[in-house]
Every structure is written in structure tokens, then in C-alpha cells.
Design a protein around this ligand. Structure first.
Ligand code: MTE
Length: 337
């Protein structure tokens, strides 16, 4: 199902796209009409896909992904007046503790992750449980590009163009029972390819677990992403399937998902298990509720440097209040952080 959300956070393409990119995209589209040979472009891309984000390195995505791209609804939702983060920053400043704790570790180490073949288990309180090869799992869904802010609990942020589909579409397929109240997500556990899972010093009791209330998961903003910047997800960003919930701190956006379970009880999530007083189940972006060790009122927008700190005010629900505030009516957000 296609969902077009028209909200104040919507805008026109030039508002979010760096001008040079926007112009080069227009030029490329013009060239396509004039008969540009697709063969001149990276092997996997159509002319239009390649022109969308020209700073992106080429890759070799699986056939199912390429087949789905032409029907993708590009720019289905965007953010206003904020430039897209350069691909290089989005792919080299990461948190993916399975590959190490430094920001550069995921890019350096995630190449060993084997994302093909990949299967996803859907189980728990559903009418249609099953284990699906990723390409079969993806078949029913129309892909959309969603350009969202990503705000990490560590107070840095980016703007990322994701490709994915609403979780509500998945829930419609798998038919949750009346007992299903939460959705629980689990990351791959594979110590052979994930050095963080072999480390004796890891704080995390693997696998990484995240969860949402069912009504949060049904919100049209919540997506499962399979791509970013017009291509498949790089491993360090959570290939081949990750959660994206833009009104919540980044740690909710669990990567490399292998299991999706509908459950009746609130799942125990990874960061909550490590430090419940610092990281809550809700993890809604909230500039008025500080982390015990730092303020959440402001954030560093990447890329930044000592001379260009690029600090900005953090917005309630990361700027998505209009879409999600009603989910929390009557809930004390100070207690339910
Ligand atoms: N998912 C798994 N499996 N392991 C992780 O360590 N880190 C989380 C989240 N998803 C993490 C994860 C955190 S803390 C953040 S901020 C985001 O991924 C970062 O996503 P990015 O690296 O694509 O920016």
C-alpha cells in the first residue's frame, strides 16, 4: 500500500538536496531522455538511480533489489531545509557494536558479514508465522524513499535518504493475533563474522534486541529499510534489513534483522538491559529530558569539526511531533524515557 503523508515536514526536492546534486540529477535525467547508454553507468544501476546520489560508490546488490528499484516511490517523505548528510559520513561514522565500538570499526570490519543468502523469521502472536528468504520476504512490498533525520542518543545527528517499506504493511501480511501488543526485533548472531560478539569485553548480551509497541510500529513513519542513497544498505549500516524509527534515538534502529516476533509483553531491549537508568524502552527524542550524563537539548549535525561544530537545537520527537505525538497522549515522558 502506498502512503503519501502530507505534513509540515514535507517539502520539495530542492529543499533537501544539495544544489549541485539536484542539478546533476536533473542533467542526468535530461541525458537519459537524450539516449544515454545505461552501460556507461555502474553495472547495477539504471541511469536514474545512479544520478540520484552521484557521490555513492557502486556496489553489487542482489537481483531482487535491482528489480524493485524502478517502481520505488522516490522522495515519498522528506525533511525541510536540511541538507542530506554526505554518503561518506553516513557510512564511516557508525554504531554497530557487533563490529567494534569505535565509529570507524563497522566500516572497517563489516565487509565480512555475509548478507546473501539471508532469511527472516516471523513468529510469535501471528496468524502467518514463517521463515522467509529475504527476496520472498520483500516480494509483497512497494519500496519508498524516506528522507529522515537520524538523532543518536549520543547527541549527533544526520539526514539520511532511506529506501524501505512501512512496518504496517508487514503487519498486515502476517496478521497479528489479539494477544500481540509489542513487536520484538533481533539482529544476526554470528561471532565468526562479527568480532564484537567474540570479544570477552563486550557489554552486550548478544543478540542485539529492540522493540516497539504495536501502535508505534503501525505508525506510517516506522519503516524497515533495505537501502539508502539510492542503493542497497552497506553492511555497516545494517544490511540487508534494518529498522528506522526517526522520532526515536538511533539505538532503536536495530540493524541486520533476522527475527521479527509479535509478543504480548514488552520485550527487554539491549540498551535497557545494560543501563536502564540511561536508556529507556521508549527512547523518544526529547530535548527536555536529559541523559543523566549529558544534555539532549542540542545535537551536532554531521559532518562537523572543531572549527565548524554545526550544533543545532534538538526538536521534540526529532521534528516529527505532528505525526507521532498522539501515540503518547497521557504518558509521562519523563518517566517513560
Ligand atoms: N543495531 C545493532 N544490531 N547493533 C548496534 O550496535 N547501534 C544502534 C543502531 N542499531 C546498533 C544497532 C545505534 S546506537 C545507532 S545510533 C544506530 O544503529 C546507528 O546507525 P548508523 O550507524 O547507520 O548511523
Amino acid at each position: 500500500m502506498l502512503i503519501k503523508i502530507v505534513k509540515t515536514s514535507d517539502c520539495h526536492e530542492p529543499d533537501v538536496t544539495p544544489e549541485s546534486l539536484y542539478l546533476s540529477r536533473r542533467n542526468l535525467l535530461g541525458a537519459t531522455v537524450a539516449g544515454l547508454a545505461v552501460g556507461a553507468l555502474p553495472g547495477w544501476a539504471s541511469a536514474e538511480d545512479a544520478g540520484r546520489y552521484p557521490d555513492v560508490e557502486s556496489g553489487k546488490p542482489p537481483a531482487w533489489f535491482i528489480e524493485k528499484l524502478p517502481a520505488t516511490q522516490w522522495g515519498a517523505m522528506t525533511v525541510k531545509d536540511e541538507a542530506i548528510t554526505p554518503f561518506k559520513d553516513a557510512t564511516h561514522y557508525n554504531n554497530f557494536y557487533e563490529f567494534g565500538t569505535d565509529k570507524g570499526d563497522p566500516a572497517a570490519n563489516a565487509g565480512a558479514l555475509k548478507t546473501e543468502p539471508w532469511s527472516v523469521v516471523v513468529d510469535g502472536e501471528v496468524g502467518k508465522p514463517g521463515r522467509y528468504a529475504l527476496e520472498d520476504f520483500m516480494k509483497p512490498y512497494q519500496l519508498e524513499e524516506r528522507i529522515y533525520r537520524l538523532r543518536c542518543v549520543e547527541a549527533w545527528s544526520m539526514v539520511i535518504p532511506w529506501i524501505g517499506f512501512p512496518i504496517s504493511a508487514l503487519l498486515k501480511q502476517v496478521e497479528p493475533t489479539s494477544k500481540a501488543k509489542f513487536i520484538r526485533f533481533e539482529t544476526l548472531q554470528d561471532p565468526q563474522s562479527m568480532p564484537g560478539q567474540r570479544s570477552g569485553f563486550a557489554l552486550i548480551d548478544w543478540p542485539y534486541i529492540e522493540g516497539l509497541r504495536l501502535d508505534e510500529a503501525m505508525n506510517p513513519l516506522a519503516i524497515l529499510a533495505v537501502g539508502m542513497y539510492g542503493r542497497e544498505l552497506p553492511n555497516q549500516n545494517g544490511a540487508p534489513l534494518r529498522l528506522v524509527v526517526p522520532w526515536k534515538y538511533g539505538f532503536k534502529s536495530i540493524k541486520s534483522i533476522v527475527r521479527i516476533s509479535l509478543v504480548s509483553e514488552q520485550p527487554k531491549t539491549t540498551w535497557q538491559s545494560i543501563a536502564a537508568d540511561e536508556y529507556g524502552f521508549y527512547a523518544n527524542v526529547n530535548p527536555t529530558v536529559d541523559h543523566p550524563r549529558w544534555t539532549q537539548a542540542r545535537e551536532r549535525r554531521l559532518p562537523n569539526s572543531l572549527f565548524k561544530p554545526n550544533v543545532r537545537d534538538t526538536q521534540m520527537f526529532n521534528g516529527y511531533s505532528e505525526e507521532v505525538a498522539s501515540l503518547y497522549t497521557g504518558l509521562d515522558l519523563r518517566k517513560n524515557y
